[in-house]
Each structure stands twice: as structure tokens, then as C-alpha cells.
Design a protein around this ligand. Sequence first.
Ligand code: AMP
Ligand code: TRP
Length: 350
Amino acid sequence: MTEAVQTPHVGKAQFTPRVFSGIQPSGGLTLGNYLGALKRFVAMQDEGMETIYCLVDLHAITVWQDPERLRQQTREAAAAFIAAGIDPVKSILFNQSQVSAHAELGWIFNCVARLGWMNRMTQFKDKVGKNAENASLGLYAYPSLMAADILVYHATHVPVGEDQKQHVELTRDIAAKFNHDYKVDFFPLTAPVIEGAATRVMSLRDGSKKMSKSDPSDQSRINLTDDADTIAAKFRKARTDAELLPDTPDGLDGRPEARNLVNIFAALADISVEEVLAQYAGQGFGTFKPALADLAVAKLSPISTEMQRLMADPAEIDRILGNGAERADAIAQPILARTLDIVGMIRSRR
Ligand code: AMP
Ligand code: TRP
């Protein structure tokens, strides 16, 4: 399904295709994370690309996190990745803070990115609302660290949900400005990979809001750890309209809640929206919601069962993350070293 992955080049430099992506361990993972990101991560791994996946704990603390819960959530997210099909041998799986090159390159990028660019970031504006004075400096600099996550591996492709598109575009702007300012063809211009029927899964309570692990209402989301009864109850209570399902996707225009449930169905079943409608046109939500709940339970319960099994051995998860961090570090260090040379830093420590 992934669009033909081309070997990108910048000037004379050629870059081998390499995939990087990250998820914040700032709460339990949701169906949005699964369909928008995790499922795509597994697909790219299984297409045989070099894949690097990261639990971005340094990003998570841009908003205060209870230390013990952060550790727990990081392990739980790692378990979710593995349970969903990430093979820690084929892919590199680790937590960000174990590879210090991310933070070091992040600082250099803070000196490349412009305030004007940061001020346009919609995620920051949405998160702080009218309360920007009280937000952390880290939350503001967040997209610059994200650019470092990606570029410290010279990653060429970044699978993400729709909401991260602007951050990947900023990553390209940072790479281009660095290359220009230092007259090098050093960083690739990374492409976002936004694919699938559910690149923006919406809240089950409000079709205009993204499904999010930080939404105060647990009813708004499906968590990967929800049991079958909870999943069924949440879909049953999901907000919808009183109309029947249409026979073409156009018929979902102006019906955000209905469109969201159809998209979720399509993404879970690996079929198109047209195929879902071919099956359910003319039916009401009384029929569609239970079918969707059954499908979601069938797809998600093996993942949550496997997560629970993995969570019983936290030391093993930590070992996997440590291993992944060593492999990641081996790629990142030489790229960071060359960056420091380009910028004009003395490196004389042995
Ligand atoms: P986050 O939970 O913000 O760290 O997001 C991790 C990944 O999941 C990113 O690639 C997001 O774009 C993706 N993601 C998060 N929420 C959703 C959603 N509601 N729909 C689709 N993708 C999402
Ligand atoms: N900002 C991303 C999110 O909240 C998480 C993230 C951090 C990320 N670094 C990344 C995603 C690098 C892709 C690549 O969803």
C-alpha cells in the first residue's frame, strides 16, 4: 500500500530509504494511534524497509508527567508496539532519552529554526489555547526536537497521522535551511507518509475533535487496553446522526460522526470506504455499530491480550529498549559527529 518509496537526493547526495517515527508515552495508546500510526509502522517494517521506531519520552515531558507513570506508560507503549507486530529484531525499537544525540541535534536545530516558523505550529496553538504564557519552553521547541529525531538518522520517510504533517514539513524546512546556511547537501528532505482510511480518527463524542489520549473523557476514545465489553459500550454510545448509511462516500459529507465510524471500519477491515458502504448502505447505526464493535474487538483483543502478557515481564521490555537504543545510537552518533564538524565545533575528546 505504501507509495513507491524513492531514493531521495539533495544536490549530489543520495539517501538510502529509512523510516523513522515516534509516539509519545504520555498516556495509553488509542485506536487513533493504532490506525494512524502503529498499523502503518508494522506495514512498512513488513515491506522490508529499514525501520526505526521511538517512544519519545523527552517529548512527553513537555507537559508534566508523573515519573513512575511515565516509566510505566513507556513500557506499556513498547508492549503495544510489539503486540501490534513490531519485531524488535527487524525494527529498531527504543525510548528517545537513551540516545542523547536526539537532544544534542535538537539544540543545534533550535538555532536553525526561526521563531516565525514556530509561531505557525497549529499543534502548539491548539494545546496552549489562551494560556501560552504558562506553557513550557520545551512545548514550544517540541517540533525542533522532532526534526532532530528524524534527521539524526537521515530518515527519508516518516509514517504519521494527518495531525503531524505540519511538523514533518517544518523538518524539511529545518533541513533545507541547515543545508543552505552551511553550504552542504547533508540532511535529506524527509517525506511524510500519511496513508490508510483513518489518518485522522475523530473523538467518539465530538466528530470535530481528534481522538486523543489526553482527552478528559475516556468515552471519547478506544484505548488499546479496553476490554471487549468496554469497546462495545463505547461504540454503542458513540455520537451519530439519525440517518441511514449512504451508498457513496459523498453521502457522508456534513456527517462527521458517521464518516468517522465508516473510516474506522474501513481501516480495521483493510477495505475501502466504498466497500464498507457497498455492504451497509441503507442500514442504520443500530446495525452498523454492533458490527463495528465486533470487528474492533476481533482486531484489538489479541493485541491487548499480548500486551498484558508482555507487561508481566518489565525487565524484558527494558532489555529490548536498551538493545534498540544501542543500535539506534550506532547510526545516530556518526551523523551527529558530522553535523558538529559542519557547524564548527571542536571534537578532540578521545
Ligand atoms: P501522539 O499520540 O500525539 O504521540 O501521536 C503518535 C502518532 O499517532 C502520530 O503519528 C499521530 O499522527 C498519530 N495519531 C494520534 N492520534 C491520532 C488520531 N486521532 N488519528 C490518526 N492518527 C493519530
Ligand atoms: N510529534 C509526534 C506526535 O505527537 C511524535 C513524534 C516525536 C514523532 N518525534 C517524532 C513522530 C518523529 C514522527 C517522527 O504525534
